[in-house]
Design a protein around this ligand. Sequence first.
Ligand SMILES: [Zn+2]
Length: 470
Amino acid sequence: MAAVTHIGNAESLRFSVKWAEPADGDAESRTRGAATLEVGGHVVWGSPDEPFEWTWIELLEFLAESWRFLLWEETYPEGLAPRNPLVLEDAFETRREDMHPAAAAALHEDVVSFVEHHDMASALRGAIAPPIRILREGLSCSLTTRFGTTTLPFEDVTQALESIASALLTRLDGAEDPRSVRAIADWEQRASVTEKFLLEFAASLPSSHWSTLRGRLPDDPGGWGQLEVFAAARMAGSLLDTTSFEKLLASIESVPHSQTGKLDALSRKAQEHLRPRDRAFLEGYATARAMRPELGHVDEQGCIDIEAILASLDVTVSDVDLKTDSLDAIAVFGPKHGPAVLVNSSGVHSKGPRGRRTTLAHELCHLLLDRDSSLPLVEVLGGRLPRRPEQRANAFAAELLVPSHEVVAATRKESPTTLGDWEALVEAIGRRFKASRAVAAWQTLNANAADGESLAPSVRSRLESLTRDS
Ligand SMILES: [Zn+2]
C-alpha cells in the first residue's frame, strides 16, 4: 500500500497525499490520490479519516495559471475593501446597490477573476472545496480559510506551493498526453509577465498614465516590482490626473536615498512591542503607547512634535501639491529613494495643520512596522492598500497624538453631562494635543468606552458624527 507523502509544513501550508496508482498513463491517472490540505495547523480539505480523492493535475494547472496573479495582484478589485478575503463577494453585493449596472457588471467580472486566481478551491473543477484565499501584502502573505487568517512570509508561501507543484511534476515525469505536456509547459512559464498583464492587473492605470510611467521603467518588467515609482503608481495612479501623476513620480524620483540606521533601530523596538492581536487597531494603540516615551519630543502639555520626531529619525518631510483631496501623503522607503514623506498640500486631511500631524503620525507607523512586511517600498495614504496595516496606522496615529489615559483623565475632571459639554471637551482635547476634531472625538469615544463608561446613545452618536469631520 502506498505511503502518505507530506509536502510542506502543517503550521503554514501542507499537502499530504497517498497516490492511487503508479505514475503512468495520462495526467489524470498519474495524479489521482487521496489528500488532505492543512493551513495554519487546521485541516481545510479532506480529513485524516476521509481524505479528499481527486485528480490533482488540476492543482498544478491552477498554480501555473494563477502564479502571476498571486505575485502581482496585491489588492482587491477597485473600490472593494472586505473585512477579509472570504467576504469579498458580500462586499461586492453591498457596493453594487449604489452602482450603475454596467459598472457593477464590470466589477463583478473582476471579482470573479480575483476569486478564480486567489482561491485554491478554484483549482478543483466540478468539486466544491472549502475556500483557501491567498493574498500577498508586500513581503507578507495571508492565507484565509474558515478557521481564520494565517500570515506568513510571502517567500514561504511560494516555496510551499512550488513544492506541491514539484511533487505533481514528478508524477508527470515522462508523460506524453497533451494535458500533461501543457501543464508542464505552463508551469515553466508561470512567472513570465507582459507589459499588458502588469498594466491590467498590477497597475490598473489609465493608458495616458501608463505611457508616463513606462518611460521611467527599465525594459524588463520582471524588475518593476522592486521600484518605488511602480509601487506608487499601483496605489495612487487611478486617483490622479495625468499632470499630478507625473508630478508624483517626479517627486518620488527626486527623493534621495538616505541612511536608515536610527529608524531601523526604532523599528526593531516597535516590532518587539507588537503582539499580534485579532484587531489591527489594538496593535496600533499598543505600539503607540509603548513607543511614545521612546520617540520623545513631548511638551509639558503632553503634545508631541511629530515633525521633530521624523527629523530626528532622518526622515525627510516635504510638500507636494497633487491637486486632489483624495490622497493625503505618500511615504517612500524603498531601496533607491527615502525614507521620506511627501505631504499632499491639497489632501482632505493633510491640508490643515492638525490633519497634517495625523498624516505624519500615520506614516510614522508604517515606517516603524510595515517596511519589512506588508509595505516594502511606498505607502499612499488614501490609495489602494491592504486594510489591516491602514487600520493599525490610523489607530497608532490617534493614540500617539492623543493618549487615551489623558482623555480619560480629562473626561473625569470635566465630567461632561450635556452634548454641549462633550463637544467642548473634544474641542479642548483637540487644542491641547493639536489634533483634528475627528481624532479628538475618536479618542474620546474609544478611551471612555475602554474605561468602562457606558456613554448615553445621544453622546455616542454625537461623538461618532464628530469623528467624520476632516
Ligand atoms: Zn497608510
